[in-house]
Ligand binder design. Structure first.
Ligand SMILES: Nc1nc2c(ncn2[C@@H]2O[C@H](COP(=O)(O)OP(=O)(O)OP(=O)(O)O)[C@@H](O)[C@H]2O)c(=O)[nH]1
Ligand SMILES: [K+]
Ligand SMILES: [Mg+2]
Length: 440
């Protein structure tokens, strides 16, 4: 997408494909009001709303045929989403009606909007920064409350504010360095440079720690349940999802093909993967399941390793030396008399539910770390990459003489500015908006 052609008027169906109670065609640009006049005939006096006005009336084709009854909402520039004149034509959410309304808008001089073009215009008009535009995409795509919360925080500008705090510290350090260079005889104290730099570094490290949490909370995570036959993997999956998703029997080797169940854990969209119990077996089907289980464990974001606490402990046919963040070890069937104990493992019972709250908390910590819930996180790889480069420059600045340190801090500030899009190349902006759907 390029920035040329932004002086024209665009139109698109803004609601999801398919039938629904209400559907919206959105029009933005200098001709939006003319388009509205051509496609909409009001029946009653306009009602006033905060941002503009809305009218009840009819949506009409070029030959005067009434397509549907509906509303016309007018948002005059600059008090609109894009900063331009915007009209939203609401009809019943019928694909047939919406395609005719859109066709009429195009006849009247609008052109089809490209993916993300409404939000791109909001960005170019300065109504949103780039991180906020990414948050719009995150909000549209949010499948869980956690993803929604992070997107809302991003959209509110909280991420921009967090980044601005880091930038302010760097500017303070830069000013101190400048003073040292210009007035060496004044004896500017070393702390004036060191303190804001150390603080900026800590804040950048916290921001980067939030990046993994942000990506997990938007993209979701895969959790594999792994263990010997009859360890209680299927029972635990059922207990976590709250219904009998997976077959449970006293026969070892019940689960062969793996199966998945989706749920929300700590605000994260999680896919639980139940697998075949690990053992050597001559059964061809079960052996294939065991091979698959190992591969699923490799590919998972987090592995729950289960061991039956009610029978003699057997060695796990699996290397669980993964980092603690990747593996949570469980002793199952804690409602039964313990055949062994191990303080390294978390006791759980699928039957009584004991230990499940602690398990959910352990999953939360493993997936999200200590990224604070109320704070804005970096949610895209683009943002994380810019923060990583900024941190590198800040670290370098602390080891260099003043004149070179100043240069590193300027580079760090440039990298930070990319997060909110104050200093980005057109192709980066295009890449951000390419991910949007038409109508956003
Ligand atoms: N008392 C008690 N029994 C349990 C618990 N979890 C599982 N069981 C029993 O242990 C047996 C095996 O449970 P499954 O959930 O099928 O175990 P699995 O690990 O999926 O077994 P495979 O699929 O064969 O590898 C069943 O008889 C379950 O009822 C538990 O927390 N407490
Ligand atoms: K079983
Ligand atoms: Mg099973």
């Amino acid at each position: 997408m390029t920035r040329s052609g932004l002086s024209d008027t665009i139109a698109a169906i803004a609601t999801a494909p398919g039938s629904a109670g209400v559907g919206i065609v959105r029009v933005s640009g200098p001709d939006a009001l003319n388009v509205a006049d051509g496609v909409f005939k009001g029946k009653r006096a306009p009602s006033r709303t905060a941002g503009g006005r809305f009218l009840f009336g009819e949506l009409i084709a070029n030959d005067g045929e009434v397509l549907d009854e509906g509303l016309c909402l007018v948002f005059r520039e600059p008090r609109s989403y894009t900063g331009e004149n915007v009209v939203e034509l609401q009809s019943h959410g019928s694909p047939a009606v919406l395609s005719r309304v859109l066709a009429r808008a195009l006849e009247l001089g609008a052109r089809p909007a490209r993916p993300g073009e409404f939000t791109l215009r909001a960005y170019l008009a300065g109504r949103l920064d780039l991180a906020q535009a990414e948050a719009v995409l995150g909000l549209v795509e949010a499948q869980t409350d956690g993803a929604r919360r992070q997107a809302s925080l991003g959209l509110s500008g909280a991420l921009g504010a967090r980044v601005a705090r880091v930038a302010a510290g760097l500017i303070r350090a830069l000013a101190a360095i400048q003073a040292m260079l210009d007035y060496p005889e004044e004896g500017v104290p070393d702390e004036d440079r060191a303190e804001p730099l150390a603080q900026a570094q800590a804040e950048l490290e916290a921001l980067l720690a939030s990046a993994r949490a942000g990506q997990v909370s938007t993209r979701g995570a895969r959790l594999a349940l792994i263990g010997r036959p009859n360890a209680g993997k299927s029972s635990l999956l059922n207990a976590l999802v709250g219904f009998e998703r997976s077959i449970v029997t006293p026969t070892p080797g019940t689960t062969r093909d793996y199966l998945e169940a989706g749920l929300e854990l700590a605000g994260v969209p999680v896919t639980l993967v139940d697998t075949a119990g690990l053992r050597d077996t001559v059964d061809e089907i079960e052996a294939a399941g065991v091979r698959q289980a190992r591969a699923l464990a490799e590919a998972a974001d987090l592995v729950l390793v289960l061991e039956d606490g009610s029978t003699a402990r057997e060695e796990l046919p699996l290397d669980v030396t993964g980092t603690p963040a990747r593996v949570i070890r469980l002793r199952t069937k804690s409602d039964l008399p313990a055949a062994w104990t191990d303080s390294e493992l978390l006791d759980v019972s699928a039957v009584t539910g004991a230990g499940l709250p602690q398990l959910r908390e352990a999953v939360r910590v493993a997936l999200l770390g200590d990224a604070a819930r109320g704070e804005a996180w970096l949610t895209t790889e683009r943002q994380a990459d810019a923060a990583r480069r900024a941190l590198g420059h800040v670290q370098d600045a602390q080891t260099l003489p003043d004149d070179l340190a100043g240069y590193e801090l300027e580079e760090a500030l440039r990298a930070l500015a990319e997060i909110t899009g104050q200093d980005v190349q057109e192709d980066v902006v295009d890449a951000v908006f390419r991910n949007f759907c038409v109508g956003k």
